[in-house]
Design a protein around this ligand. Sequence first.
Ligand SMILES: [Zn+2]
Length: 56
Amino acid sequence: MPQEQKVQCTRCRNKHLYSERARAPSATISGVLDLVCPRCNCRSYYQLDADGKRTA
Ligand SMILES: [Zn+2]
């Protein structure tokens, strides 16, 4: 069973699962939804490995 991707917001440092990210209308492309941080709505995030460390 594949593990869910853990991510960390670059702005508020909130750690959450990729599937927990909120949807928000894209600022640049009309009609497209971006996945954003559920706490601060930031679009940038780090990918984390199973130990909570940043990858690449
Ligand atoms: Zn955030």
